[in-house]
Design a protein around this ligand. Sequence first.
Ligand SMILES: [Zn+2]
Length: 366
Amino acid sequence: MKQVFFRSAVFPARYIQGQGALGLLPAWISRLGHKALIVAGNTAIRDIVPGLENKSEGGFLAEAFGGECTVKEIERITAIALAGNCDVIVALGGGKVIDTVKAVADGLDAKTIIAPTIASNDAPCSAVSVIYTEEGIYDHALYLKQNPNLVLLDSGIIAKAPVRLLVAGMGDALSTWFEADACYRSGSKNEADGHCTLSALNLARLCYETILQFGKEARESCIAKTVSPALEKVIEANTLMSGLGFESAGLASAHSIHNGLTRLPATHSYFHGEKVAFGVLSGLFLSNRTSDLIAEVYSFCEAVGLPVTLEQLGVINPSEEDLQTVAKAACAPSEFIWHEPVEITVEKVVQSIRKADEYGKAHSRK
Ligand SMILES: [Zn+2]
């Protein structure tokens, strides 16, 4: 029987963002359950956890994150939550802590609170965890039963995080509309097991417009470690709009080219969003976008400090074989690149990456 797809969209149950918002955490733990396990990165354990007022009924336990979202780490945190009788699991940190906590809470049917300390990716709102091997290599995507119960985002903390992380978040957010538009035009499946809704498509569009208009100013406030209206808007774009956009509208060539780029060891020290941004640039040529749009996206990347050449991703003078490796991986049968509304071949992807790199070199010389 042919599988029928309905229009489908998923959301976190609640989203709260603002300077000082983390102060609401104890009250929300009490509202959602009895006792929490807070999983946090080392910096957060040292700098943030001691300042949290422990006024929830059963209090909370805090555990330092092991560093990678692996099956073993998920099992370790699950055992701690079970032994401590915790019914609310809180992530306080970046993407890997968040993905681990979402997987633990899903397995235990516990409530989930996501408190990101950086805005470098769109993991907080979604119902998917990316699982890695012990060696830090991508293993699989784990689709969860539900989106988080609460995403609690303190802009004061994000403002103090390194600016490169906020910029990487804009790189991930930059892909949202291009991929949503591809899925909508080709009628492809989104990450919520359905077709793109108009709501998700328009949030994706708003995500693009927001970073384009406020990205540079947000970057400046992050450098100055102050919360400004522009920074608030970009945090929302990087986290909420990008999260809802990618999950409920869908992914396409930018993320597949990112996945291909990860095959080149030189790119390993670069963030997800930085590689995704170059995937967007390549996708502009792959899907024959207008020269005005191409110029607009390159100018944005340069204004905020996203890479526009392969060299800016650590790949210096790539061989034909390197580009073939990237393009072949990007064109694997399970990849999102097939959601593009144009014909895809490995050769076309190689050409698009070359064109994106050449355009970036010429543009940055200006
Ligand atoms: Zn992404």
